[in-house]
Design a protein around this ligand. Structure first.
Ligand SMILES: [Zn+2]
Length: 241
């Protein structure tokens, strides 16, 4: 392959905004693999590779900073409870994209299918489909359910959600230091745990030390319980029960 073609291929991947925002880690890894291939093929020299990897790094840190205050969407590697929005116990669980109804002795009943960006929970037996919109599921009869994340499988290991404020504080501090130092390995490990935790950074004070202390929104914690999180559902159910 000619250098121009190599560069075009590398640039096309670097400019793939959708993948970068959906999976910044994969985007960065693929960018660096591409430049590695180019170096190995003699299309670029070491200096050029360094410059290109610097661009991929900058794109990564820009993406993850943008994503800090975003509600995470549906994660295909997450574990979820399906909880009625009107209150009450969960009706089933999603393990990744496989749905297990409550009390069905571990029998899968449906799977998440995605076509042209539209997701649905498609049932195995009766061809019923439940509409999925972000973390909301709507049955054909109009009843609404929330997907409440309980954990994730990351690199083959299962992680429970962080629901303890002290553990979240520690993770938030670790992530902040990694972000400031552009420490990819540490941040890569912290980010999915931050996403699925029962808390999120306070958007009012943004957990800035100087503002945090007097912040009314988070009572000085720097973070707040996520809406629709497991804790909120517990609180809701306790009130009703
Ligand atoms: Zn605050």
């Amino acid at each position: 392959m000619h250098k121009t073609e190599w560069m075009a291929k590398w640039r096309q991947h670097l400019d793939d905004h959708e993948l970068r925002m959906a999976n910044p880690e994969a985007h960065r890894i693929i960018c660096r693999a591409n430049s590695g291939d180019m170096l190995a093929a003699g299309a670029i020299d070491q200096m050029e590779k360094l410059e290109m990897d610097e661009l991929a790094n900058a794109a990564y840190w820009h993406a993850v900073e943008t994503l800090i205050d975003c509600e995470p969407g549906f994660l295909a590697w997450g574990f979820y409870d399906l909880v009625p929005r009107a209150g009450g116990p969960r009706i089933g669980k999603l393990n990744g994209s496989i749905y297990f109804p409550e009390g069905a002795a571990g029998q899968m009943a449906a799977q998440v299918l995605e076509e042209k960006g539209v997701r649905r929970l498609a049932f195995r037996i009766n061809a019923e489909a439940w509409a999925m919109d972000g973390m909301t599921i709507t049955k054909p009869d109009g009843s609404i359910y929330d997907l409440v994340i309980t954990g994730q499988r990351i690199n083959g290991k299962e992680y429970s959600n962080i629901e303890d404020p002290d553990a979240y504080r520690t993770l938030l501090d670790t992530a902040q230091v990694a972000l400031e130092n552009h420490d990819f390995e540490t941040y890569r490990r912290a980010r999915p745990l931050l996403l699925s935790a029962a808390f999120s950074r306070c958007t009012t004070c943004q957990d800035r030390f100087a503002l945090r202390e007097d912040c009314q929104a988070c009572a000085g914690l720097g973070f707040v319980a996520k809406e629709g999180s497991r804790q909120n559902h517990h609180a809701q159910n306790d009130e009703e029960g």
